[in-house]
Design a protein around this ligand. Structure first.
Ligand code: AMP
Length: 263
């Protein structure tokens, strides 16, 4: 089984906890860590250890190691044995730890999910693109469309990873050729998006990508633009979904996927 090499400095205890991996593999299904409680406590709090902590300071979970999937490496017995280990190709970026909450931005009452810590960490960013590719690996798409501007940050590398082209959906007046446009409502305010009329050929299957879905207004506008020119929206993929905002009212019939969900 193909694997990736992980140096000691970038390995935290969560990287080799089978239950953590099981939870990630099940993507929020019924699996729970019997030792550490909820997935959030388990993946984000209990297992993070500072790089360079002594082996004694890092507890090894007392879980049957055969919970690891077939093909994975034997478990390390101590942190000092983690100088270089091969881990199976299972997404394992701790995305939650790389997205910070900024309260009352850009206006009071909004908790802004700031992705810049994720962007500045090359391993986390690459892992995030890997996870997005994994999330849509069952789909056959002709192109990825991303919404300005944070949709470009994730959509373009994802398109490259999938081996398809990227279509920019932009704010008004930015695209030089003939455009179609669509107004939409944000969690804060309203805006319009545009796309080149010739960006998509009739019948092409498009994956829409953005950093976050809140009200679903931006994503819905992107879908309408694509459909205006004869394209089909196969799926919408996000790094973050704010599930406590009822975006389903706008996109309930569509295939919407996300790496991180805030309920
Ligand atoms: P919406 O149209 O309400 O689904 O909003 C989605 C767009 O607005 C995305 O492009 C996000 O980048 C941005 N956005 C909306 N709400 C937030 C938030 N709470 N934190 C970060 N970005 C947000």
């Amino acid at each position: 089984m193909a694997g990736r090499l992980v140096g000691r400095a970038s390995v935290s205890t969560r990287a080799w906890c089978p239950v953590w991996r099981l939870e990630r593999a099940c993507a929020g299904a019924a699996a729970r860590c019997s030792i550490h409680g909820t997935p959030q406590e388990h993946s984000e709090t209990r297992h993070e250890q500072p790089i360079g902590a002594s082996a004694d300071a890092i507890p090894l979970p007392s879980i049957p190691w055969d919970w690891f999937a077939v093909g994975s490496v034997p478990p390390p017995r101590s942190v000092s044995s983690l100088s270089l280990v091969t881990l199976p190709d299972v997404p394992m970026t701790n995305l939650h730890a790389h997205i910070r909450d900024i309260p009352d931005f850009p206006k009071p009452g909004i908790v802004f999910k700031d992705i810049t810590p994720l962007l500045r960490d090359p391993a986390a960013l690459s892992g995030c693109i890997d996870e997005l590719a994994e999330l849509v690996k069952d789909l056959d798409v002709d192109a990825v469309a991303g919404v300005e501007s944070r949709g470009f940050l994730f959509g373009t590398p994802l398109a490259m990873r999938l081996g398809v082209g990227f279509i920019p959906i932009r704010k008004p007046g930015k695209l030089p050729h003939e455009t179609v446009s669509q107004e939409y409502a944000l969690e804060y305010g309203t805006d319009t998006v545009e796309m080149h009329k010739d960006a998509i050929q009739s019948g092409q299957k498009i994956l829409v990508v953005d950093d976050l879905i809140a009200t679903g207004g931006t994503a819905e506008a992107a879908c309408k633009l694509i459909e205006q020119v004869g394209g089909t929206v196969s799926c919408l993929a996000f790094v973050v979904a704010l599930d406590f905002i009822p975006w389903q009212e706008k996109l309930g019939n569509r295939d919407v996927r996300a790496l991180l969900r805030y309920a």
